[in-house]
Ligand binder design. Structure first.
Ligand code: MGP
Ligand code: SAH
Length: 221
């Protein structure tokens, strides 16, 4: 019976034009996909591929991390493996339910504090060593523009998001479109007071660029 239900889901995902492109990549997204991973449409096109999430988490080893836009848990799960604690926030209760399920599949659910809420509103009450921001980019059409600008990010423009994050810690990681305007990121770092160090990482899977990760940190030792 279970096998029948699984093959029905596979058929549906494989033929749904909005999902099939991502479903083909399902094991890049979650290597344990077949062990009970659950997704919704936004989850399919937004989740950080596992290999990239592992690399980002490694940079935060031993730290208290806040995953401010946790989605279905692609990053949260990897943070939970190596960080001292993880707070996972999402405004959509369905995402939190999916992330909890997916964290159970990876055996790390008990290492995560899940919070349903708006990051912008919760910010004043948050404390952590590192903030991870992987906000909505406006859907899969983000790549249609030649140069993606920070003010296209949601739920608020990238400048407001960054300022809100800075009020918590200067150690900010942003997961951004591959066509992001890099000059705007440099500007964010230089114009912060005091100026921040910025490291840009190109994230590829199988030799194909998927996204950019920007690591901001304080110069003050
Ligand atoms: P993509 O270009 O839409 O997918 O997104 P695809 O088909 O893998 O790319 P292609 O160039 O090979 O055709 C690439 C990656 O960006 C996805 O795997 C997600 O990790 C990430 N991503 C995409 N979107 C639309 C979002 C988003 O809105 N928010 C976040 N945080 N990540 C996204
Ligand atoms: N990194 C995630 C994907 C994040 S997608 C992963 O790997 O799975 C962006 C998420 O931001 C969506 O799940 C969306 O529900 C959430 N979101 C949108 N507005 C938000 C807000 N104001 N506060 C918190 N989460 C928000």
């Amino acid at each position: 019976m279970k096998k029948e239900a699984e093959s029905l889901i596979e058929k549906e995902h494989g033929t749904n034009p909005k999902i099939s492109r991502y479903w083909i990549q399902r094991y890049d997204l979650f290597s344990k996909y077949d062990q009970g991973i659950e997704m919704d449409e936004e989850g399919w096109y937004s989740v950080t591929p596992e290999e990239i999430a592992i690399k980002q988490a490694e940079r935060c080893r031993g730290k208290v991390v806040i995953d401010c836009f946790s989605g279905v848990g692609g990053n949260t799960i990897q943070f939970a493996k190596v960080c001292s604690s993880v707070i996972a926030i999402d405004i959509d209760p369905m995402k939190i339910a999916l992330a909890m399920n997916n964290a159970k599949v990876y055996g790390v659910a008990n290492r995560i504090d899940f919070v349903t809420g708006d990051f912008m509103q919760l910010a004043p009450s948050l404390k952590g060593d590192v903030l991870f921001l992987s906000p909505p980019w406006g859907g899969p059409t983000y790549s249609k523009v030649e140069s993606y600008k920070l003010d296209m990010l949601l739920p608020r423009d990238g400048y407001s998001l960054f300022q809100t994050a800075l009020s918590i810690t200067p150690n900010i990681i942003m997961f951004l479109p591959k066509n992001i305007d890099l000059a705007q990121l440099e500007e964010l770092a230089c114009l912060s007071s005091p100026p921040l160090t910025l490291e840009i990482e190109e994230n590829s899977i199988g030799g194909e660029i998927k996204a950019i990760t920007a690591y901001f940190s304080s110069n003050v030792v």
